[in-house]
Write a protein that binds this ligand. Structure first.
Ligand code: ATP
Length: 131
């Protein structure tokens, strides 16, 4: 089975580097499924899960923004944050979700609203990846 090297890097350092048969993620332009031999591309990523498939196993990561660079034998994800399920603190994500929801319910200016919406998306993404 052909594989791709997948490397995920954030400002805090490398998160993962391993071989997989397929990478699925949500780019801003829509769902992408990357197999070995894919044409080179660069795509901005949304706040979403990245699924990494190998044999009968799927590894998931909660990725927050950034870019993906695809080459035929390699996928590099450079993200603002990326966590494996085992590194996600559920309580922290639940607190962040509640905080963002409270902010969205109270009347605030547009910048704070956008910020709270993004914080809510990050928290929901983390909670989805672990459940
Ligand atoms: P919080 O309000 O709890 O800080 P956030 O969404 O604002 O959440 P980020 O700015 O996206 O946090 O991330 C800051 C750093 O904290 C990153 O290194 C990220 O991986 C880590 N992080 C954030 N939330 C969690 C979590 N629930 N579990 C584990 N790591 C987290």
């Amino acid at each position: 089975m052909k594989t791709l090297t997948v490397s995920v890097v954030t400002p805090d350092g490398p998160v993962l580097e391993d071989s997989y048969e397929m990478v699925s993620c949500k780019a801003e332009s829509g769902e992408l499924g990357i197999l070995p031999g894919h044409i080179p591309l660069v795509a901005p990523l949304s706040i979403n899960a990245v699924r990494l498939k190998r044999e009968n196993h799927v590894d998931k990561l909660a990725v927050n923004g950034g870019f993906m660079e695809v080459r035929p034998d390699k996928v590099t994800i450079l993200a603002q944050s990326a966590e494996k399920p085992s590194d996600i603190d559920i309580d922290r994500a639940e607190r962040a979700k509640e905080r963002a929801e409270r902010r969205l319910q109270s009347k605030q200016d547009d910048i704070d609203t956008l910020r709270a919406e993004l914080a809510l998306k990050r928290a929901i993404n983390r909670l989805r990846v672990i459940r």
